[in-house]
Design a protein around this ligand. Structure first.
Ligand SMILES: C[S@@+](CC[C@H](N)C(=O)[O-])C[C@H]1O[C@@H](n2cnc3c(N)ncnc32)[C@H](O)[C@@H]1O
Length: 270
């Protein structure tokens, strides 16, 4: 089991697709600064990935065209993994309760599959804004709850009013170039209200079989958000192990935090 874990690396998995209904879509030009500005690109550090001059929108579209979904763990194990992640998220949000009074922006929302979870945590639909760089989010808008605002465009160029919480789940691992990561981090940090924060979920390891994603270590998270107060928890048993495990074995193995490949981070703006 451990050898399998060493050999294989985590791949991006989808969260359950849960769609409801939506109504409100705003004109994105009001919320996205124009046009793509390559001068905003920060100097790249040598992290073993060369920075590409292709605009991020095109890179991400190309990655998603190539992509195939890895096999998910069994139903019970998937549910336990999700519950573990949500517990960590909710613990970090405790100081902001009641969440019904708070505003939330999800960047990299894909089709909005996380919305049911946000509502379950206590956020209200009319205080949730979803953003994705790809138009796929617009295609899903009719299935999202009434009141949710959808903005398609690069999160680095969003110009909305600051919010209490920005949720960033599995987004930076799909941004391969370091300079784009820096640019997106610098673009979203001003969108957090003082006292609020960025709720981060992503994996920390690289996957040699999937060149379209790159892990983000907790040290890199700290460097991307140098002004944040960072707290983090290890979550999510390594997918190559969890895929093979019945629930009882998952519980035993997951007791070892070092075998968890993802982190939930709370990046608080003080
Ligand atoms: C792996 S999906 C994660 C979806 C969802 N957040 C989740 O937790 O399941 C990553 C998403 O981030 C989006 N994305 C990547 N870079 C982005 C950027 N700069 N601005 C907005 N969305 C971005 C991609 O288009 C993709 O839909």
């Amino acid at each position: 089991m451990l050898r399998a874990h060493d050999r294989l690396r985590p791949r991006i998995r989808t969260i359950d697709r849960q769609y409801n209904n939506l109504e409100k879509v705003r004109d994105i030009d009001r919320f996205i600064t124009s046009p793509y500005d390559s001068t905003l690109r920060a100097k790249s550090e040598d992290l073993g990935v060369s920075d590409d001059s292709t605009p991020l929108e095109e890179q991400i579209e190309a990655q998603y065209r190539r992509r195939s979904e890895p096999r998910a763990p069994g139903h019970d194990v998937s549910r336990a993994i999700r519950a573990e992640r949500h517990r960590a998220c909710q613990e970090f949000l405790r100081d902001l309760e009641p969440l019904a009074d708070r505003t939330l922006l999800e960047i990299g929302a894909h089709r909005g599959a996380n919305v049911p979870y946000f509502l379950g945590w206590g956020f209200r639909a009319d205080r949730i804004t979803l953003n994705d760089i790809r138009p796929v989010l617009n295609e899903a808008k009719s299935k999202l709850p009434v009141g949710i605002c959808v903005i398609v465009g690069d999160a680095a160029r969003l110009t909305i009013e600051p919010v209490d919480v920005i949720y960033v789940g599995m987004v930076f691992s799909s941004i391969l170039s370091h300079s784009d990561r820096v640019r997106v981090a610098a673009g979203i940090w001003p969108l957090v209200k003082p006292g609020g924060g960025i709720l981060w979920y992503d994996f920390t390891w690289n996957n040699p079989w999937n060149r379209d994603v790159r892990g983000v270590s907790v040290h890199e998270v700290a460097r991307l958000f140098p002004h944040a107060r960072l707290a983090s928890r290890r979550v999510t048993l390594a997918p190559p192990i969890s895929r093979q495990s019945p629930l009882w074995l998952y519980r035993v193995i997951n007791a070892c935090p070092l075998l968890r490949t993802h982190r939930v981070c709370w990046l608080q703006k003080t």
